[in-house]
Design a protein around this ligand. Structure first.
Ligand code: BGC
Length: 751
């Protein structure tokens, strides 16, 4: 046979094979995934592992690729976590595609109420579904290791239990709608500085007990469809390429059965990532397809590995609305969701200070409202965590609608000042997202303030901070107040107090700021974090007492930044001296503080804090009685009766802390093991709360044995109103120590 006819014959055979492979017209169904895999060429398989371009939903972060001949649709991935992030306007139509800006994750965590979080995300997930998106790239759930991490507002807490429970509830609510979530960023993505390359060097114990623990809870209890691996390295290896993390721990130990996708863009080694169990490259490109295919062809990626990832992808795809042909309306009920957002903010706002029952105000006072943020309210934050809402209510609007009479001159002064700042911001593009996170507060003379104090009944100063993806916050003029803010506080305090009038501060901040040096100047402090598009109304309702605050801190407020152990190795210095958001020479971060993060450190070492973990005031008071612990076959059940001993209705969060007996590993003085929240109780009313703790949850991680271990003996069980305010104590006896071995695959930090 001639050479040309041989080639022609080969081509014919190839074509025939392709046709034969799909001769039965194999179209993807939920129950024929293996058949579809058998019918796919390796080229097709690889395209499924690499995200592609798309225009189905403008503003979506990414897509998976379609294979029409097998009935595999494109699916759509878009950002969260405070709501769906898509483009609100589209060419060729007047229709708008705004989404609801719900409270940020830090505020949701402050509710200490997973049910509330689930209600919020049930509404949020409906927007995901109705706008034609298959996966919301949320929850963000890295721990608040250090307050300067620029994305802390997208995350929940310094405590892994609170963070994990909140994330699990978040996931359940979204996924109830038949759309997916992506728990991110897995793992140890605790800073933005050099986030693409930084090596987080973390001991196995700190990883297991803190930085993976919250993901473990979220994966086991929430069952997210997807997990997003982070950009950073972990103990010398990119998390995207870490088989031990993505396969051994996530899938083998925790039974995760969804897909892992990379974080967006830069990938160091697509082939290694694919082998490690990273199913989907986002956002993907042709080079990645070529690389994976070449590795399949030369055997670097085995057929089993390729098929494993493809199977994961297909199992994901058959669950999606796009696969099911859901006809989305593009018209979610934004009005109803705005109400959900407002209620959630109401239940989560924290009252930090209330000297002499300054709050609640009457609601009809003549009000001097200060601060640039009273106009330029920070509803959410910047970067991919921002949501395109139609409107974000500010404090001027909210206070007016609550019934206050605003000092009009002052209100206009701030409106003009805001307009000027906006103009400046338009000229400066200070970070990748085109925002400037820190804005200068307006200067007001002491004389002007004295006059305002005479004309008004009360002063409210809205103090703001913004932050977001791509940059960490800085110490000076951000964590710490700047000179203008300090002077303003000082002058307000003197002028209003001289006339026997009160000064209230509203902290519209994305993360922790320094409070110890100035809180004595003010009568009350309300902390709504970044409370979403309706949050300002919720703040107004807390100020008037229409809402009795019941939020509590999901992290500690230190006296000074350097009191936080991780401050010694967090790269705040580089940020403070360089331009923000740029790559810095921060190749690695040694998590030398190990497990001593947040209250675990402060409480154990008796280090004074400005406000402790779990702290929050109410307009009423509560008493705790009848603490009880009953051993059951897998740990214990604790109950406590809470009574409203004050004059108005209110809700209380009870935190259950446990102190382990000596004899085992060195442990924090107490650790949060459960929590519960009462319903709204009328004065005099009581409620008994029940909390369960399993033996496994009592265990600590012994690196030497690569095992979770409990010591036998007596465990102190404490019912706290905060980590420092224990109201009742009892104990639980564990007769036999236990251990649970796990794989030693995470790598130890290298010097
Ligand atoms: C962020 C992710 C986000 C993704 C898609 C990345 O830069 O780190 O959180 O989901 O972009 O927008």
């Amino acid at each position: 046979m001639k050479r040309t006819s041989l080639i022609a014959l080969l081509c014919l055979v190839c074509c025939f094979n392709l046709i034969a492979q799909n001769s039965n017209n194999i179209i993807l169904r939920e129950d024929n995934i293996d058949e579809v895999i058998a019918a796919m060429t390796n080229e097709e398989k690889v395209t499924l592992l690499v995200g592609g371009p798309g225009d189905l939903v403008p503003g979506a972060a990414g897509y998976t690729r379609a294979i029409p001949r097998l009935g595999i649709p494109m699916t759509v991935l878009a950002d969260g976590p405070a709501g769906l992030r898509i483009q609100p306007k589209r060419e060729g139509t007047d229709q708008t595609f705004y989404c609801t800006g719900f409270p940020t994750s830090t505020l949701l965590a402050s509710s200490w109420n997973p049910e509330l979080v689930e209600t919020v995300t049930t509404a949020m997930g409906n927007e995901v579904l109705e706008y034609g998106v298959d996966v919301l790239l949320a929850p963000g759930m890295n721990l608040h290791r250090n307050p300067l991490c620029g994305r802390n507002f997208e995350y929940y807490s310094e405590d892994p239990l609170l963070s994990g429970k909140m994330a699990a509830a978040y996931i359940r609510g979204i996924q109830k709608n038949g759309v997916g979530t992506s728990a991110k960023h897995f793992a140890a993505n605790n800073q933005e500085t050099n986030r693409l390359e930084n090596d987080a060097r973390v001991s196995n114990r700190a990883l297991r007990e803190l930085y993976l623990k919250n993901f473990e809870i979220a994966v086991k209890e929430g069952k997210p469809w997807t997990v997003m691996s982070s950009y950073n390295k972990l103990n010398g290896e990119y998390t995207q390429q870490k088989h031990g993390l993505l396969t051994t721990v996530l899938r083998d130990e925790w039974d995760f059965d969804g897909i892992v996708m990379t974080d967006w863009g830069v990938k160091d080694n697509t082939v290694k990532a694919t082998k490690a169990g990273n199913d989907l490259m986002e956002w993907g490109n042709q080079v990645e397809i070529d690389r994976i295919l070449a590795a399949v062809n030369d055997g670097t990626i085995s057929q089993e590995e390729l098929d494993r990832n493809v199977r994961n992808m297909l199992q994901y795809i058959v669950k999606t609305p796009h696969f099911k042909g859901y006809k989305y309306s593009n018209k979610p009920d934004l009005k109803a969701h705005a109400q959900v957002a407002r209620k959630a903010a109401e239940e989560s706002i924290i009252l930090l200070r209330n000297e002499g029952n300054t709050l609640p105000l009457k609601g009809n006072e003549k009000l001097a409202l200060y601060g640039l943020t009273s106009v330029d309210f920070v509803g959410i934050g910047t970067g991919s965590g921002e949501v395109n809402t139609e409107h974000i209510a500010n404090m001027q609007e909210a206070m007016k609608s609550a019934g206050f009479t605003l000092d009009q001159n002052l209100a206009e002064f701030y409106q003009h000042y805001y307009a000027q700042q906006e103009a400046i911001q338009k000229m400066e593009r200070n970070n990748r997202w085109g925002y400037r996170n820190i804005r200068e507060e307006a200067e007001l003379s002491a004389r002007a303030i004295s006059l305002q104090a005479q004309e008004n009944d009360v002063a409210v100063y809205v103090l703001g901070r913004n932050a977001g993806e791509g940059a960490d916050r800085v110490l000076k003029d951000d964590f710490e107040l700047n000179t203008t803010e300090r002077e303003l506080l000082q002058n307000l305090s003197s002028a209003y107090h001289a006339l026997g009038k009160k000064l209230v501060v509203v902290l519209n901040v994305g993360g922790v700021i320094e409070t110890a040096s100035w809180k004595h100047l003010v009568d009350a402090i309300v902390l709504p974090w970044s409370p979403g598009q309706e949050g300002a109304y919720a703040v107004a309702d807390v100020l008037t007492g229409k809402v009795n605050p019941s939020g509590k801190l999901p992290m500690s407020f230190p006296m000074r930044y350097m009191d936080i152990p991780s401050s010694k190795n967090f790269p705040y210095g580089q940020n403070a001296s360089g331009r923000r958001g740029e790559r810095k020479d921060v190749d690695f971060t040694n998590y030398e503080e190990d497990i001593w993060v947040g209250y675990r450190y402060f409480q154990t070492n008796n280090v004074e804090v400005s406000y402790p973990f779990g702290y929050g005031l109410s307009y009423t008071t509560f008493s705790y009685s009848k603490p009880n612990v009953k051993a059951d076959k897998d740990g214990f059940t604790a109950t406590i009766t809470v009574t409203n001993t004050g004059k108005v209705a209110g809700r209380e969060v009870v935190e259950l802390y446990v102190a382990a007996p000596s004899g085992g590993l060195e442990k924090p003085a107490r650790e949060l093991k459960a929590f519960a929240k009462t319903k709204s109780m009328a004065p005099g009313e009581s409620e008994t709360l029940t909390m369960k703790v399993s033996e496994y949850e009592l265990a600590s991680f012994n690196d030497e044995h690569s095992a979770w271990e409990t010591a036998s003996g007596t465990y102190q069980v404490m019912f706290g109103a905060s980590v420092t305010d224990i109201r009742a104590t009892t104990s639980f006896r564990l007769n036999k120590s236990q251990s649970w071995e796990v794989h030693d695959v995470l790598g130890n930090p290298k010097e």
